[in-house]
Design a protein around this ligand. Structure first.
Ligand SMILES: [Zn+2]
Length: 315
């Protein structure tokens, strides 16, 4: 299955002219700020980090909201139509919003699917989904740097008077991302390689696993839209017992009941596995909390993971 690419602001020449027309019509605003509508809180954070006080960012999805299942309300569609720029993850993360993005493109509204800024050679295929790419690219901080460059460049092109401002913010943010990436590597290295086994509700951590040397398993697939089958639960339970994995991780945007079923299947085999977390996979934590920004979320996650897995499994 191919994926529609809305790479950068590619609407063809007509779209670019429309974009310029719409920029002239909307810029400068009274307060001179670009109005950005972002789908997930993770995408919104990137826009805020790079746009600073020059942008006004609205996130459609708050903490704990699952983007795989989210449906846009009429109010969301109106907000997107009125925005100077719509930012979304893409690669089918927002699985129920494809029609809305198509409509935005048809109307010539500027939009950018930021996960598609990551080169194809660095994207992982999602097994069992017809060969589409896994959308959870932010779980590897270095891949997220591609998204950051893409967003900053888009802002600089749309708001040329502040181009230097956006590029300076990008430089500073890339340094923060480098530091965050190094932190995850250091924390991961505190566990021996055979203890780096991460089991979560859904398969959101494959880029994390590849980047930081972890074996990862999700009970659900890369989307939460399908229920786990009994065979999936039993197979993962066998694995946990065989590897004596001490903890499995709940995610803030996925109901806990899936992992409870897995925990019970493990208990039926005479082994005890702890439910740990929450991990922040597809949504940030509440604003003002440590996981309320992207870099804070990444640091919080690795701290939670390493602390829970450091304990020795009890039979
Ligand atoms: Zn996900």
């Amino acid at each position: 299955m191919g994926r529609p690419r809305s790479y950068l602001l590619t609407f063809g020449l007509a779209g670019i002219l429309l974009l310029l027309t719409s920029c002239q019509a909307t810029l400068p605003r009274e307060d001179g700020r670009l109005r950005i509508v972002a789908t997930t809180s993770i995408v919104a954070d990137l826009a805020r980090q790079l746009g600073g006080e020059a942008v006004e960012v609205t996130a459609l999805m708050g903490p704990g909201i699952d983007p795989h299942l989210y449906r846009a309300s009429e109010g969301d569609v109106t907000r997107m139509q009125q925005a100077d720029l719509v930012l979304y993850n893409g690669l089918h993360l927002e699985g129920k919003m494809g029609d809305v993005f198509e409509r935005m493109r048809a109307l010539g509204r500027p939009s950018l699917a930021i996960a598609e800024c990551v080169p194809d050679s660095l994207l992982l295929r999602a097994s069992g989904y017809g060969g589409v790419y896994d959308p959870h690219v932010w779980m590897d901080v270095r891949r997220w740097q591609y998204a950051a460059r893409c967003v900053a460049e888009t802002l600089a092109r749309m708001d040329t008077a502040r181009a230097t401002f956006y590029r300076n913010r990008l430089t500073a943010y890339l340094a923060e991302l480098e530091a965050t990436d190094a932190y995850v590597r250091r924390q991961s290295a505190t566990l021996p390689p055979d203890r780096r086994v991460l089991i979560t509700s859904h398969d959101a951590f494959r880029y994390f696993g590849e980047a930081y040397g972890w074996e990862v398993h999700g009970l659900l697939g890369v989307s939460t839209a399908a229920e786990a089958g009994t065979a999936d639960v039993q197979a993962l339970a066998e694995f946990i017992v065989a590897r004596r994995v001490p903890a499995i991780f709940v995610e803030s945007s996925v109901p806990e009941r899936y992992l409870r079923a897995l925990q019970e299947a493990v208990a039926a085999r005479g082994f005890s596995v702890r439910l740990a977390g929450p991990l922040y996979s597809d949504a940030l934590g509440d604003p003002g909390t440590p996981a309320g920004t992207y870099t804070g979320m990444i640091r919080t996650n690795i701290d939670t993971i390493v602390e829970a897995l450091r304990s020795i499994a009890t039979p």
